[in-house]
Design a protein around this ligand. Structure first.
Ligand SMILES: NC(=O)C1=CN([C@@H]2O[C@H](COP(=O)(O)OP(=O)(O)OC[C@H]3O[C@@H](n4cnc5c(N)ncnc54)[C@H](OP(=O)(O)O)[C@@H]3O)[C@@H](O)[C@H]2O)C=CC1
Ligand SMILES: CC(C)(CO)C(=O)C(=O)O
Length: 303
């Protein structure tokens, strides 16, 4: 299968790498250092069970791309429109486009700019770029893909490449459940520079997390998404399940990269405003992260 990965980063190189290893023809669209490293030495796929270089083709834009059968869009949420616009004219009607991104609105935003149907995917992986063209897998890897006429065949392709894949009948619920987890912990982990393990030990955190979750659940339900009553208990147990996890927002801040906070707590705030639901805790979390980003940028300019 001809596959294009748009966003040769932690997620794109991990899933693209597994598909490459399974024999597919994968082209990685990414930034110059990764593109140069992949073209020169192959993609270095570094997982617990496989560590090796896989010959691959990479490019900094999609202009040279032959129309693919499958596109995995794996850019951060702020880059969705730009990535989508770059695909214009390169998609055949039968091309499947998957959005492997956090947040709940990337697939519709991508569909708007490409004029093509986009299947949302919830990604349960921990991976990072350890260097140019070098993806390191830390754990997990399951995908939940939205239902579509192509989803069964796509799930089979992914399974054959070693990716445990389910088709989520209620993909909105699955997307929102992940979003609400992100709303609970990402900002706190980022602003404090703390992993999840000790987060609830600090007095008051449990109340703040509960409030953020309750607001987000209210917004989800008012948007027509049926979130169960058990989600809060699950979320409060996450620090015990992944004590060493730093949120992706914390990792973005540490790297001096813009975070996705406007598409996590920020999305709940925007949607809440539309629906007349107050979201002060999510708003405070969004603002704290924006301030921390600003602080980082200012100190980087001073050095
Ligand atoms: N990493 C993880 O473990 C997980 C990530 N996710 C989600 O997956 C999505 C992707 O995250 P992740 O892989 O970590 O992000 P990365 O930043 O590692 O990868 C995205 C890459 O795409 C590049 N890029 C952005 N726009 C374009 C473009 N138009 N053309 C070519 N390259 C582009 C980025 O460059 P630059 O940085 O220069 O902009 C970056 O190198 C996010 O929504 C994230 O929340 C979900 C679960 C786990
Ligand atoms: C670690 C996890 C699953 C929860 O916050 C995540 O998705 C993130 O950090 O963005």
């Amino acid at each position: 299968m001809q596959i294009a990965v748009v966003g040769a980063g932690a997620v794109g190189c991990y899933y693209g790498g597994l598909l490459l290893r399974a024999g597919h023809d994968v082209t990685f669209i990414g930034r110059q250092p990764h593109v140069d490293a992949i073209n020169a030495h192959g993609l270095l796929l570094d997982t617990k069970t496989f560590n090796g270089r896989l010959p691959a083709i990479a490019a900094t834009d999609a202009t040279a791309l032959a129309p693919p059968d499958l596109v995995l869009v794996c850019v951060k949420s702020a880059d969705t429109e730009q990535a989508g616009r770059a695909l214009a004219g390169r998609l055949r009607p039968e091309t499947s486009v998957l959005s492997l991104q956090n947040g709940v609105d990337n697939a519709p935003r991508l569909a708007t700019v490409t004029g093509h149907a986009v299947i949302p995917v919830v990604v349960y992986v921990g991976s990072e770029m350890a260097g140019p063209g070098h993806v390191r897998h830390h754990g997990g890897g399951d995908l939940a893909i939205g239902p579509s006429a192509a989803s069964q065949a796509l799930a089979q392709t992914l399974e054959a490449a070693g990716v445990r894949t389910t088709i989520a009948d209620d993909i909105d619920k699955t997307l929102w459940s992940k979003l609400i987890i992100n709303c609970a912990f990402n900002a706190l982990s980022a602003v404090a520079g703390i992993s999840y393990g000790p987060i609830l030990e600090v007095e008051g955190t449990r109340n703040v997390v509960t409030s953020a979750v309750q607001e987000a659940v209210s917004v989800a339900r008012a948007s027509g998404v049926s979130i169960g009553d058990d989600l809060l208990a699950h979320i409060l147990n996450i620090p015990a399940i992944m004590p060493n996890q730093m949120s992706s927002t914390a990792q973005d801040l540490a790297r001096g990269k813009p975070s996705e906070i406007d598409f996590l707590n920020g999305y709940v705030v925007r949607k809440g405003a539309e629906l007349g639901i107050a979201t002060p805790t999510n708003h405070a979390m969004q603002v704290m992260v924006k301030l921390a980003e600003r602080g980082k940028a200012m100190s980087a300019r001073r050095t």
